[in-house]
Design a protein around this ligand. Sequence first.
Ligand code: PMP
Length: 415
Amino acid sequence: MTVRPMHTVAAFDAERVRRDFPILAQQVNGHPLVYLDNAATTQKPECVIEAIANYYRRDNANVHRGVHTLSDRATHSFEQARHALAGFLGSPRPEQVIWTSGTTAAINLVAYSWGHSTLKPGDRVLVSWLEHHSNIVPWQLVAAATGAEVVPIPVTDDGEIDLEALAGLLDARVKMVAVNHVSNALGTVNPVAEIVRLAKSVDALVLLDGAQSVAHWPVDVTSLGCDFFVMSGHKLFGPTGTGVLWGREHLLEAMPPFLGGGEMIDRVGFPTTTFSGLPFKFEAGTPNIAGAIGLAAAVDYLGGIDRRAAAEHEAALLARTLELAAEVDGLRRIGRPAHAAGIFSFLLEGTHPSDVGMLLDQQGIAVRTGHHCAQPLMDRLGIPGTVRASYSIYNTQEDVTRLFEGIRKAKRLFA
Ligand code: PMP
């Protein structure tokens, strides 16, 4: 007798989700659009577009200092958005959520503010070979200025962080371990709990680059155990130019301001100026008010989605992708992480990634080609770049089928 499980995850209706994203209902080069460049940026649901338009239609004003009604409304919505992001990330307090223009800006903020005030000659910052340039270059800049050293954590041929090698690198010189949650180039899901445990054994801080994880499953900064978490709104169905730095309160409190200007001050005078508390200390200048409101709308939208079912749906898309990939002679998957998010990087023997990308585009299929801002990783793997298809909640099995029709066509034409 077969026993049926009492609870099964309801089938995820990607077609229905897809209808929430107006941009997807178009033809590109005479074909229905198949958008598989979600790791670069995700599309925006109608409710996000509406939230931004409505803000500009009804409430637009500068925040925090105004006494008039519109300013009050704008301030309320802007701070509500911070609350929404705090809830989304599991932040104990909304003040720990600092608005930035994205992941890059958030990492630069930490590297500059924490790094300049903390790092000394001989100190070390560990970053992995899997990192996006934005989690390498800011550390190199601060290292050059402070005499600290940036040391890469080796990765295996499968594209996973080599945990033994990481353990071997850890000593009292290491002050920061900065790694991504998910690799944008290969889809590797890094073992955060283990990395945090190892880093904490030498009292190093951990910065987690969540640019590629937040759109795929719920994250909780408290249970992740990291000290800083950074993300971009545009990869989470929100607008470009938005993002968040989350940090532990005592660390953020101790860090000096990064940018100086309006909004971040308590009292300006000659010769001394005093600064606001959190979060405003790090938010100099007029913020991206509409962007924050749009990002909160995206988070609200995700609140209406069964995210476990969505993650299973994306896993099923990747599983089908790998099955079809195995049937294509000369197709080499790049990276074989045991735990991967919905990202598929590959090379097709005898072809150049950009030729494959252009041929796919002619068939209405959008993929990314190149080094994916991960040149050290490409060097490590001995390749110039890859073709990358990256999935999101609105992709369907039909999209996977279309991708492989396109790949077969590229193979016939080029290989
Ligand atoms: N880190 C990772 C892992 C990324 O995928 C990206 C964007 N591709 C970034 C950082 C940089 O994000 P942004 O350009 O939005 O600042």
